[in-house]
Ligand binder design. Structure first.
Ligand code: FDP
Length: 333
């Protein structure tokens, strides 16, 4: 019997599933000014470690990895077992990969010397939103990549570690949500990949992501309103007058991701309890600020561009206003 001549590219029964992350990274390697392949390998190492963390996050209820370790991290937060586990997974992947020489992590007081001649420095929050782990709500990983400044023959110095956000060469996050996504930028737009666990691969699902210039979602912990400044309270009132929608998951990555897709603003302002804000400049805000700007949005500390803040300390905090450009501009007052 003669079969109809169906052209593969026109067949609707076999839709393309999108470029796999590895291939996408390889195809776009030339965009990067130091196109030696090391940054590509670094991104692959992070993506692989994230698969392992994803597996552990997904079975958290089944094995004894929920709950607290009984110790505190640098922020004074109780360390959750999954926080510690994720930190070990990423540290191990980056140490073995050899492209990174140093790691700045929420879970370590000082930077970790990875004993490599690697050309990159990584800042990471291995598991953000940890108070949501035990209740099965979305959590994430946030990372920033910097070029090492000192020669590889020399010890790692403060100029390698305390770099401005504007010096990031890549940043990204992994969202462990209803599906697992990896979103990253190398300064040439933002691309999002969804993890297909049956194939063990990330596929390009959100090419060239752009945040709407205007949005109607505001995300802030309004329970703390009594300790906000008058300007922040006024902005919240403005959002209510405009009949905006309030959405606050309490997991920075999840709140940021939703606003990136739909348009909105996330604010963690200075409060009377935390006059410098709560969030960490080096491993939370810088990475998301780079992505927001690459997607056409803005990120400030209420007045100044996040990416221009020169860090003085690894664990420095900052107020954080991030999201749709017009909303962040308006929230500045
Ligand atoms: P968590 O304390 O659960 O780790 O980065 C810290 C963070 O979560 C963010 O993910 C989240 O947006 C914020 O803190 C929540 O803080 P509040 O509970 O003070 O609103």
């Amino acid at each position: 019997m003669l079969m109809p001549n169906i052209r593969v590219e026109e067949s609707r029964i076999a839709q393309p599933i999108g470029a796999a992350l590895d291939r996408f990274i390889k195809n776009n390697q030339d965009q990067f000014q130091y196109a030696s392949g090391e940054l590509s390998q670094l991104l692959r190492d992070i993506a692989l470690a994230a698969k392992v963390v994803n597996r552990e996050v997904n079975k958290a209820g089944l094995i004894d990895i929920m709950g607290s370790m009984g110790s505190q991290n640098t922020a004074g937060d109780m360390q959750q077992k999954l926080d510690v586990l994720a930190n070990i997974r990423f540290t191990r992947a980056l140490m073995k990969g050899g492209e990174a020489c140093a790691l700045i992590s929420e879970e370590s007081e000082s930077f970790v010397d990875l004993n490599n001649d690697g050309k990159y420095v990584i800042a990471i929050d291995p598991l953000d939103g940890s108070s949501n782990i035990d209740v099965n709500v979305s959590i994430g990983t946030i990372f920033s990549v910097y070029r090492r400044k000192s020669p590889v023959s020399k010890p790692i110095s403060a100029e390698d570690i305390l770099q401005c956000g504007s010096e990031q060469v890549a940043s990204g996050y992994i969202l462990y949500g209803s599906s697992t996504m990896l979103v990253y930028t190398t300064g040439h737009g933002v691309n999002g990949f969804t993890y297909d666990h049956t194939l063990g691969e990330y596929f390009l699902s959100h090419p060239n992501m752009k945040i709407p210039v205007d949005g109607r979602i505001y995300s802030i912990n309004e329970g703390s309103a009594n300790s906000f400044t008058d300007d922040v309270r006024k902005y919240i009132q403005y959002c209510k007058d405009e009949k905006y929608t309030a959405r606050y998951i309490g997991s920075l990555v999840a709140d940021f991701h939703r606003n990136l897709l739909k348009g909105g603003i996330y604010i963690y302002p200075a409060t009377s309890k935390d006059p410098a804000g709560k969030l960490r400049l080096m491993y939370e805000c810088n990475a998301l600020a780079f992505i927001a700007e690459q997607a056409g949005g803005l990120a400030t500390d209420g007045s100044k561009r996040i990416l221009e803040i020169k860090p003085k300390d690894l664990h420095q905090r900052t107020p954080f206003y991030v999201g749709s450009a017009n909303m962040v501009t308006k929230a500045k007052g």
